[in-house]
Design a protein around this ligand. Structure first.
Ligand code: FDA
Length: 519
C-alpha cells in the first residue's frame, strides 16, 4: 500500500502538473531528477552515473542487437515498488518534459521499453519490483502485477491448483505487462484464446498520473489496453484475469519430420487441418533447414489422442512412444526449455546476451500450395538462413469478432508465422537480416494482404516508424504499420489514445497517435 507521505507527494505533484502546460521550454533533466528524488526513495532511482545503472538496464535485455555502445540509454531508471512511485514518475516527467518508457519483462523485439531509436531524453520505469501474483482458486481468477513473468504466474497458479491455468505465451521470462499489452498467445490459444481474452480488470497510471481501474478508465481505454500495444495509453500496473480449467494430465509430443520423410506433404495438410481440429488439440510447427518439428499439446490422455491423430492426421505417424503425459505446469518447461527442464526452471529470469536476433511476422488466410512449401524449404536451406515458426489458429481465438479487442487476427486466419534469424558477435548480422527481408518479400503472395497482417508482440520497426509532426505523432505515418497490427481497429485505438493521452505524452517509435473527436 502507498504510504501517506507518498500519496501527499503525488497530490502535490499532481497540482503542480495542472499549473503548468506541457511545453518544451520547461524541459529540465536536473529538475526531473530532483522531482523524482522528492517523491521516490533514492535507492529505487538509477542515474547514468550510478555503478548499478548498466547492470539494472541490461538485466532484462534479451537481444544484444538492441544494446550496443551507441544505444540511446535512459537518463534514469526508476524501479517503483508502489503505485504512487509510478504516479510521481509520470507527473515529474510531464512537468519537466521527460518522456517515460515502461519495461515489464524487457522482451520487446525492438527494445522499445528501454531504448530509443532517436536521440532523446527519456526515463525508464522498470516494473521488476512490482510482480506479485495472487490466485483466487474459488473465483478462478488471479490478480497479477505487470512486472511478474509468465513463469511466475504459471508457477503461482500451480501451487494453488493443478487443474487451473492461464492461457498465454510459451516463454516463461516474458513480462506480463508487455505480453498482455499486445495480445499474448500460446499452447492454449485454440481452447481459450489469447491472454487478453481472459482479462477482467486492470489498473492504469495515465498521462495525468491518475490511477484508474476499468470503470474509471472507461470502455474505450479498457478495450485499447488489451492488445493495443504497450505504452501508448499509460502504464498498466496490474491485471485481473480469468483462469481456465485444464485436465490433471495433458499429453505433449514433439515429432520431427524431414524433407525425405515427406514434410512438404505433411505441412500442406497440416495448414488446413490444424486450425480445424478439436480445440483440445494444438499442433504448432518450427521449421528450419530440411526439417520441421511438430510440437503439440492435447488436453487429455494419450489413449484418447492416438485414435484422434490416427483418423485425422495419420501422416504424422504418432504412436504411444511419442506421447508424454504430464501436468499442465510440467508442460511449460517441457515445451520451451527442453525435455529435462524442471518446473522450478520457469522461475529463472537470467538472460544471456550471446545471440543477436531479428524477427517479423505474417498471417496466412489461404492454404499455401504444395510448391510454395517446396520453395519455403529452399529458402530455409539458403546460407545464413533462420527459422520459421507457425501457430495454428481456429477454435476460441478465431471465434471472437475482430473488434472484440484491438488484436484483430481472428476469424479466417489459418496460422500465424514468425520468421526469425540469429547470429553471434562474430558477424555484423547483415547477411542474416538480408535473408529475413528476402524471405519476407518472397512470402508476400502466400500471406494475408490489404493489409498484410502482423502481430504487434513480434514488433518489427521495418514495418514502419512514427513521424512526429508539430508535437504530435502523425496519424498518416502510423497507419502504415498500425493497420498491419490492428486492421480497422487502428482507428478506434487512435480515438482511445485521444481520450486518455491527447498530448501524446506516452509515445515511442510505434505508439498510437492521438485522434481527438470533434465536438
Ligand atoms: P517489454 O517490457 O520489453 O515491453 C514490451 C512493450 O510493452 C514495450 O513497448 C513496453 O513499453 C510495453 N509495456 C511493458 N510493460 C508495460 C506496462 N506495464 N504497461 C504498458 N505498456 C507496457 N509472444 C506471444 O504471444 N507468445 C509467445 O509464445 C511469445 N514468445 C516469446 C519468446 C521470446 C524469447 C520473446 C523475446 C518474445 C516472445 N513473445 C511471445 C513476444 C512477447 O509477448 C512480447 O515481446 C511482449 O511484448 C513482451 O513483454 P515484456 O513485458 O517482456 O516486454
Amino acid at each position: 500500500m502507498a504510504s501517506s507521505r507518498s500519496l501527499a507527494l503525488v497530490a502535490l505533484l499532481y497540482s503542480l502538473l495542472s499549473c503548468y502546460a506541457f511545453v518544451a521550454s520547461l524541459a529540465s533533466s536536473d529538475g526531473f531528477l530532483q522531482c523524482l528524488s522528492a517523491a521516490i526513495p533514492k535507492q529505487l532511482l538509477y542515474t547514468q552515473s550510478s555503478p548499478s545503472f548498466t547492470p539494472v538496464l541490461v538485466s532484462s535485455v534479451r537481444n544484444p542487437r538492441l544494446f550496443t555502445p551507441t544505444t540511446v540509454r535512459p537518463l534514469v531508471i526508476i524501479t517503483p515498488t508502489i503505485a504512487s512511485h509510478v504516479q510521481s514518475a509520470v507527473i515529474c516527467g510531464r512537468h519537466h518534459v521527460v518522456r517515460i518508457r515502461v519495461r515489464s519483462g524487457g522482451h520487446d523485439y525492438e527494445g522499445l521499453s528501454y531504448r530509443s531509436e532517436r536521440s532523446e531524453v527519456f526515463a525508464v520505469v522498470d516494473l521488476n519490483m512490482m510482480r506479485s501474483v495472487h490466485v483466487n482458486q474459488g473465483a478462478g481468477t488471479a490478480s497479477i502485477d505487470s512486472g511478474a513473468t509468465l513463469g511466475e504466474v504459471y508457477y503461482a497458479i500451480s501451487k494453488v491448483s493443478k487443474e487451473l491455468a492461464f492461457a498465454a505465451g510459451l516463454c516463461p521470462t516474458i513480462g506480463v505487462g508487455g505480453h498482455l499489452s499486445g495480445g499474448g498467445f500460446g499452447m492454449l490459444l485454440r481452447k481459450y484464446g489469447a491472454a487478453i481474452d481472459s482479462v477482467l480488470d486492470a489498473t492504469l497510471v495515465d498521462a495525468e498520473g491518475r490511477l484508474l481501474d476499468k470503470k474509471a478508465m472507461g470502455k474505450d481505454v479498457f478495450w485499447a489496453i488489451r492488445g493495443g500495444g504497450g505504452e501508448s495509453f499509460g502504464i498498466v500496473l496490474s491485471w485481473k484475469v480469468k483462469l481456465v480449467p485444464v485436465p490433471p494430465k495433458v499429453t505433449m509430443f514433439k515429432l520431427r519430420k524431414t524433407i525425405d520423410e515427406g514434410v512438404v506433404d505433411i505441412l500442406t495438410k497440416w495448414q488446413v487441418l490444424a486450425p480445424a481440429l478439436p480445440e483440445d488439440l494444438f499442433i504448432r510447427v518450427v521449421m528450419q533447414k530440411g526439417e520441421a518439428e511438430f510440437q503439440s499439446m492435447y488436453l487429455g490422455t494419450c489413449d484418447k489422442l492416438l485414435p484422434l491423430m490416427g483418423s485425422r492426421f495419420p501422416e504424422l505417424g504418432l504412436n504411444q512412444a511419442h506421447c508424454k503425459e504430464m501436468t499442465w505446469i510440467q508442460s511449460v518447461p517441457y515445451i520451451y526449455l527442453g525435455n529435462t527442464a524442471t518446473v522450478e526452471d520457469i522461475l529463472n529470469r537470467t538472460t544471456s546476451l550471446d545471440t543477436f536476433n531479428k524477427a517479423t511476422s505474417d498471417y496466412v488466410r489461404q492454404a499455401i500450395p504444395k510448391d510454395g512449401w517446396v520453395k519455403i524449404f529452399a529458402f530455409l536451406a539458403k546460407p545464413n538462413a533462420g527459422i520459421m515458426i507457425t501457430d495454428p489458429y481456429g477454435g476460441k481465438i478465431s471465434s471472437l469478432p475482430e473488434s472484440a479487442t484491438p488484436f484483430p487476427h481472428r476469424g479466417g486466419v489459418l496460422f500465424n508465422i514468425q520468421y526469425m534469424n540469429f547470429w553471434s558477435a562474430a558477424t555484423d548480422g547483415s547477411a542474416q537480416t538480408k535473408w529475413l527481408k528476402d524471405f519476407y518479400a518472397f512470402m508476400g503472395p502466400y500471406v494475408s494482404n490489404n493489409p498484410r497482417q502482423a502481430y504487434v508482440n513480434y514488433r518489427d520497426l521495418d514495418l514502419g516508424e512514427n513521424v512526429v509532426v508539430g508535437n504530435v505523432t502523425s496519424y498518416k505515418a502510423a497507419k502504415v504499420w498500425g493497420e498491419k497490427y490492428y486492421k480497422s481497429n487502428f482507428n478506434r485505438l487512435a480515438f482511445a489514445k485521444g481520450k486518455i493521452d491527447p498530448d501524446d505524452y506516452f509515445r515511442n517509435e510505434q505508439s498510437i497517435p492521438p485522434m481527438v473527436a470533434r465536438k
